[in-house]
Design a protein around this ligand. Sequence first.
Ligand code: FAD
Length: 338
Amino acid sequence: MARTRNIWVLPEISDEGEEISKLSLGLLTEARYVAEKVGGAVTALVLGDRTEDYSAILGKYGVSRAYIFQDPLLQNFSAEAYVAALLPRIQSEKPWLLLMGHTTVGRELAPRLAALIDTGVITNCAKIDVSRPEQPRFFRPVYGDQLYQEVVFQTDNTMLVTMDPRALNASPAAKPAKVRVLTIEPKITAESIKTRHLEYLPADSRTVDIADASTIVSAGMGAVTDEILPLVEELAGLIEGAIGTTRPVVDGGKIPRERMIGQTGKVVSPEYYLALGISGATHHVGGIQDSGKIVAVNRDPQAPIFQSSDVGITADLKDVLPVLIERIKRAKNNGEIL
Ligand SMILES: Cc1cc2nc3c(=O)[nH]c(=O)nc-3n(C[C@H](O)[C@H](O)[C@H](O)COP(=O)(O)OP(=O)(O)OC[C@H]3O[C@@H](n4cnc5c(N)ncnc54)[C@H](O)[C@@H]3O)c2cc1C
């Protein structure tokens, strides 16, 4: 008898607002696309310590069944607790495909589960091709996104995949699905968990993931001299902006790779994007087009970045930044801005 091709998805709940994260809505959308093509159904796995009703949003994205795992030990993410909750269900129901985000959660959880259910895991997948459902093909970026690797599973067990957040786009189903909800109390024992969550430490806005930042202060080649870069960092601290950058700056080792924005870097969508000493090459601008307001400072009036910005300032950063920092500090001291 042909195996039912059911797709299970692990949506993550955002820290604020107890809502399903934007990334996870993209994950649910991807699962629905795959399910439609292979004739399967989508089940969402929601883990936590109390009951929230996510049926409306899950149904909107085409989920037909939700397993709500409830246990006090699931209050914060713990790979051990998540495995204890999920493993018996996966072993008994053997979903065809299990999708997670390539996030802190997915990266830690997927390999553990894969080892325990004796299957493989494909990480950071950017595309799933199910044109031949009996042998799905998965594509993942390699060598700094220069190439795509094509991978297939060689197992009849559940296929475990973490999806590249950059490849996900949230799109509700044409018709909402009716969600059957099953609440499960896995009764996890404290002794089975070897690590303990102590506290969340507030993120330093300058080091926060640029993909989530609402303000980005981005330093291009014109802003990373020994004189200017400390001023950029000071400005970022004052306005609680995350530091972003361009590829040549990363190649020069001045700012780490995870801060790179653009075609081969991250795609960002902050409310405010400050482009400091950035020329505005298409490779870079491709990653900032979803920004709310783009403010550019460049000493070259012909710099292409001005064509993509809402506010453009032709000036030398050496002159502008000290004045700007001074003004912000004064306004903060006077209580004019927080
Ligand atoms: C296949 C491929 C993929 C790529 N992917 C990416 C990508 O993902 N992201 C990315 O960013 N790039 C990418 N690039 C590189 C991209 O083409 C550009 O080379 C790069 O974005 C330029 O970076 P920049 O603006 O920091 O530097 P530059 O082009 O050197 O610009 C520096 C700017 O700073 C200004 N400036 C200098 N000093 C000052 C000062 N004191 N005050 C004010 N302004 C000043 C200059 O006028 C200039 O406009 C890619 C290239 C290739 C070939």
